[in-house]
Design a protein around this ligand. Structure first.
Ligand code: DAH
Length: 349
C-alpha cells in the first residue's frame, strides 16, 4: 500500500506541475481527490483490515489526502469555503447611459404641449417635391421668397410634381395631411429642414422645425392667438406675453411674426429694473421672435381640394433650435451639432 501511495503522490505532483489552467486544476482535483479516485478506492479497503492495521492505514490515508489537498490549494491559490470573495453590496462601477439630444427633447416637449391641446402628431417627408414644398403652398416658381428656400435638389427622376429636393420647411406637411384627410384637423408636424444658408452662430444648412395647423368651419385668428399663448406660457413660463407683428408669408393671409416677452429681463429690455443695463438676450428690445403664423391662404386650402368658402385654418411654424437657444441661453447653433459631450451632458436629465 505504501508503494502505491508513493506512486500516487508522484503522479499527482507531476500532473499538478503540468496543469496550466483552472479547468485542468479542477479535473486534477476530481481525479486524485474525488469519489472515484484511487485514493477513495484505498479508503474503501480499510474496513476489511484488522484492528491495528485499520487505524494505522486510516491515519496514513487521511494524512496523504490532507497533503494532496494542501498542495492543490496552494497551486490554485484558493482555500475551501472561501473560493471567491464576492461582496454583493460593493458599489458597481458607473455605466454611462445615453440620453435624448437637447433638440429631440425640446421638440418632444413642444409637441407634447400641443398634443394636450388636441393636436395629432404627424411626421412629413424629408424628401419633398416642388409641388408640395412650393406650389401648393402658394410659392410659384417666380416668387422671390422662393430664393431663400431654393435648396438641395436630388438627382431623382422627376415625376408629375416636379423635381425632388430636401424640404426647406415643414409646411409641406400641411399639404400632405390636407390632401389625405378631411377637416376638422389639428396637426403638429416636427422634423428636419434644409436651407442653402452659410453656417454661423445663428444659421445652419440643416435645422429642425415644428409646423402646426388647424382646419375647421369656425377657425379664427383669436383661436390661433389663444393656442400660441397657451403654448408659450406652458413652455417658457406662465408670466410671458406674446406680441403679433404683421408679416408676409405666401401660404397665410393675414400673416404675423410672433415675439415672446424676453424670458431673461421679463420684457423690461434691461437686465434688472434698477440697474437699467441692456439685456444681452433680447438686446434691450424686451421681445424675442419665436415663430411665424397666420390664417391658411384660401389658395392653399383649394390646392388640397378643401372648400375655402366653407373651411378656414390657422397655421404656424417655429424653429426648434431657436426655441431651445432662447430657453436654455445657448448663443451658438453649432453647439447642437458638434457632439461635444461637455455641452450635451448639461441637458441629459
Ligand atoms: N414655413 C415658414 C418658414 O420656414 C414658417 C411658417 C410661417 C410656417 C408661417 C407657417 C406659417 O405655417 O403660418 O419660414
Amino acid at each position: 500500500m505504501e508503494q502505491e501511495l508513493k506512486k500516487l503522490k508522484e503522479d499527482f505532483e507531476r500532473d499538478l506541475a503540468e496543469a496550466k489552467s483552472g479547468t485542468e486544476l479542477e479535473t486534477l482535483k476530481v481525479k486524485y481527490l474525488g469519489r472515484n479516485s484511487r485514493l477513495a478506492e484505498l479508503f474503501s479497503q480499510i474496513p476489511a483490515l484488522s484492528g491495528d492495521q485499520r487505524s494505522f492505514w486510516g491515519r496514513r490515508l487521511n494524512q496523504v489526502k490532507k497533503d494532496l489537498a494542501a498542495a492543490w490549494e496552494k497551486a490554485t491559490g484558493s482555500t475551501d469555503g472561501q473560493q471567491e470573495s464576492l461582496d454583493v453590496t460593493f458599489p458597481s462601477s458607473a455605466v454611462n447611459s445615453g440620453s435624448r439630444h437637447i433638440i429631440s427633447s425640446t421638440s418632444q416637449k413642444i409637441c407634447l404641449i400641443f398634443q394636450k391641446l388636441g393636436f395629432d402628431i404627424v411626421e412629413g417627408n424629408e424628401i419633398e417635391d416642388e409641388q408640395h414644398n412650393f406650389e401648393a403652398l402658394n410659392i410659384p416658381l417666380e416668387h422671390p421668397s422662393r430664393d431663400a428656400f431654393d435648396t438641395f435638389y436630388l438627382n431623382l427622376a422627376e415625376k408629375n410634381n416636379g423635381k425632388y429636393l430636401l424640404r426647406s420647411h415643414t409646411s409641406p406637411s400641411q399639404i400632405r395631411v390636407m390632401q389625405k384627410n378631411k377637416p376638422p384637423l389639428a396637426v403638429i408636424s416636427p422634423g428636419r429642414v434644409y436651407r442653402p444658408d452659410v453656417v454661423d452662430a445663428t444659421h445652419s444648412f440643416m435645422f429642425h422645425q415644428i409646423e402646426g395647423f388647424a382646419v375647421d368651419t369656425e377657425i379664427n385668428f383669436s383661436q390661433l392667438k389663444g393656442v400660441l399663448l397657451c403654448f408659450a406660457r406652458e413652455f417658457f413660463s406662465q408670466d410671458v406675453n406674446l406680441r403679433f407683428r404683421p408679416h408676409f408669408f405666401p401660404f397665410t393671409e393675414p400673416s404675423a411674426e410672433v415675439d415672446v416677452s424676453c424670458i431673461i429681463c421679463k420684457g423690461q429690455g434691461s437686465k434688472t429694473k434698477t440697474q437699467g443695463k441692456r439685456c444681452s438676450v433680447c438686446k434691450g428690445k424686451g421681445w424675442l421672435e419665436i415663430l411665424g403664423c397666420g390664417m391658411i391662404h384660401p389658395k392653399v386650402l383649394e390646392a388640397c381640394a378643401i372648400d375655402s368658402k366653407k373651411y378656414r385654418g390657422f397655421a404656424f411654424g417655429m424653429g426648434v433650435e431657436r426655441i431651445a437657444m432662447l430657453k436654455y441661453g445657448i448663443d451658438d447653433i453649432r453647439l447642437f451639432y458638434e457632439n461635444d459631450l461637455r455641452f450635451l451632458e448639461q441637458f441629459s436629465l
